[in-house]
Design a protein around this ligand. Sequence first.
Ligand SMILES: CC(C)(COP(=O)(O)OP(=O)(O)OC[C@H]1O[C@@H](n2cnc3c(N)ncnc32)[C@H](O)[C@@H]1OP(=O)(O)O)[C@@H](O)C(=O)NCCC(=O)NCCS
Length: 189
Amino acid sequence: MEPRAARLSHTTITELMIPAYANFGGKVHGGVILELMDKVAYACAAKHAGGYCVTVAVEGVAFRAPVDVGDLVSLHAAVNYVGNSSLLVGIRVEAENVRVHSVRHTNTSYFWMVAKDDDGNLRKVPPLLLEDRDQVRRFLEAIHRKEMQRRYAAELNNVESDLAVERELHRLGDERCTLVPGLTTELTD
Ligand SMILES: CC(C)(COP(=O)(O)OP(=O)(O)OC[C@H]1O[C@@H](n2cnc3c(N)ncnc32)[C@H](O)[C@@H]1OP(=O)(O)O)[C@@H](O)C(=O)NCCC(=O)NCCS
């Protein structure tokens, strides 16, 4: 398979934040931005893969700044890494206030996608042609992300299977929660 340059699948979606997207606080619902991120991730992955892709996992969704109604939101997506059937799409989200010409970086997130064929089987994607230092750095970073994700999943699995409520009850002492009367005795008996 011929390697394909990341620039060929760079994708940007720009959308005006209309009043219908607002939450009760007057800011834009996080879910609206997530939906746009999923769309741009799909478009970018599908361009690289040359067909249908699905979202497998989402990493690093943390909103650094709110998005206002009236903002123009642009989502810039690029393939950072490819495996066999998987691709990591990095997405930078910016909100522009057109009245004062200010642009805020609201978040950068990563969507793991896989390419599938018409029968739903995994499909191999073209290797990524890396053309500059940034692209090499992003590819290497993705390898670290993948390894960290594996370690995290394994550790979480251990926590879930080994967690003994009675042994860890003391940890709740510093937390902002209260047990109903009698529950501590019930849990430690
Ligand atoms: C993603 C999926 C194909 C993985 O199936 P699987 O039997 O675990 O397959 P594998 O372990 O062989 O993984 C296939 C690829 O997905 C990648 N993958 C699997 N789980 C992953 C995860 N949580 N994060 C990132 N990549 C993942 C693997 O690394 C592998 O990549 P590679 O082909 O580049 O080596 C399967 O779970 C699936 O189809 N999920 C549903 C996805 C979907 O429909 N999304 C839309 C939701 S509405």
